[in-house]
Design a protein around this ligand. Sequence first.
Ligand SMILES: Nc1ncnc2c1ncn2[C@@H]1O[C@H](COP(=O)(O)OP(=O)(O)OP(=O)(O)O)[C@@H](O)[C@H]1O
Ligand SMILES: [Mg+2]
Length: 169
Amino acid sequence: MAGDHAPLYGHACQHSGFLEASDSGQSVDLGIYLSQIASAVMQAHAVEGVRLNLKVDTWPVSINVAMPAGLVVNEVLTNALKHAFVGRSGGTITLHSLVDGEGCQVLVMDDGIGLPPGTTWPTSGRLGALIVESLRKNAGATVAVTTSAGRGLRVAIQFARADAAPEAA
Ligand SMILES: Nc1ncnc2c1ncn2[C@@H]1O[C@H](COP(=O)(O)OP(=O)(O)OP(=O)(O)O)[C@@H](O)[C@H]1O
Ligand SMILES: [Mg+2]
């Protein structure tokens, strides 16, 4: 449903002032940006008993990296809140965006029921597949998705330092 996603981007962009013009183009702090998305999604789809485990490093990246990363995180978090804890009293959603010498790993996962048998995410032809593809192409990211029944879904996004730098835009 488009209504699931609509309010978030405009809201985050307009109200938080996280976009800054700099000499080398537009740069966004990935950790702060993803935190803002996570709190907006949690607010929009509040599910009782679901806890967010949030841990981010601040890291300036090109807007061409931040935007698709934010879209994927929005999609995966929304899915976790909608689907992961059906029939359960709650659980934990994890969002980590951690930086080391190599680059940054963004990890979004839940400890819920996992994808139903025969289902994959992203599903080709759906919104999720398009934004994951855009993250790979525009940001040079690798995206790994793993799931197992009863043990949740895990999406790991890896950016190389050089690909994500604001001046690489
Ligand atoms: N974290 C999750 N835990 C369990 N099942 C999931 C999870 N994420 C997705 N799914 C399953 O995968 C299916 C496909 O997800 P997808 O996001 O493509 O569609 P949707 O969420 O049903 O619809 P839309 O995203 O268009 O609102 C979901 O219907 C759900 O069954
Ligand atoms: Mg969905």
